[in-house]
Design a protein around this ligand. Sequence first.
Ligand SMILES: [Zn+2]
Ligand SMILES: [Zn+2]
Length: 334
Amino acid sequence: MKAIICEKPGNFQTIEVPEPTPSANEVILRIRKIGICGTDYHAYKGNQPFFSYPRILGHEISAEVAEDVGDFKAGESVVPVPYLHCGQCKTCKEGKTNCCPNIQTMGVHVDGGMRELMPVPARNIIRADGLDHEQIATVECLAIGAHAVRRSCLRKGEWAAVAGTGPIGIGILHFAQIAGAKTIALDVNNERLSYCKNILGVDHCVNANEEPINALMEITEGNLPDAVYDATGSPKAIENAFEYVGHGGRLILVSIVKGKLSFEDPLFHSREMSLLSSRNATHEDFSNVMRALREQQIDINPFVTHRCDFDQLPSIFEDWSDPCSRVIKGMVTL
Ligand SMILES: [Zn+2]
Ligand SMILES: [Zn+2]
């Protein structure tokens, strides 16, 4: 069978590999669609920390069960939860499988979905009936936003500001809207802001280069937002975001950056701010995303901007990784 492997930074190869044989408690999945995300572009460019080569990328996966195993029937549509948790540790036992200290993410720490068939532990597979394969391949990406919003306990009527409106920021905005919050999108890219306004219908858009604090003060009648989510991947933007948070509010860091962050403690303290990180997502978040997709609370048609076939991916990947290509979500069909 065919697989696409990232041999070393900047180098994809289509290779022939043996079909996988499942270990105990594994199910063989036939991969149907793969979503491409920032992690994949960083891995390809060689600036993804904790990454070793060669590696088969792909963690935004839509698949069908290849053959009957246990409760799973051949042909069923499923989504793999790509974070392989240990299930044994204190963190897993508390249900926080998304931040298990022994976590191995498919397509990052272990081989991912850019291959025709893939073995996945049964406990990491969720049925996805009622959704098409393109929808299923967006579930992981949207679940990052669903998790961040759930983790922040966002309530109806609160002001939620999202800095950085790439695919992750868009997911956060969707789930902030579903939670009934009033939404504000911040970005330095006006094209992305118009997507937020016109496609998502967020309440306000703020260009982060144009006195954003004044704009946020005005929008929230001097209170500033209750919850500020960072999905920028920019240390400077994260440090600026401390100033966007209202008194008693929370700042949720969704994107991860290398190195240290700093902030003014008097600012942090005077506002009695809560600082949270949000990592990956759990089965519950995946299920919440699938419900939102089934109930048509989220339309992925404008979200998936670029498509290609599996064979085309090695030659097209470089283009997609270029911001000028205006990719929001690239989707690969197997
Ligand atoms: Zn991703
Ligand atoms: Zn664990």
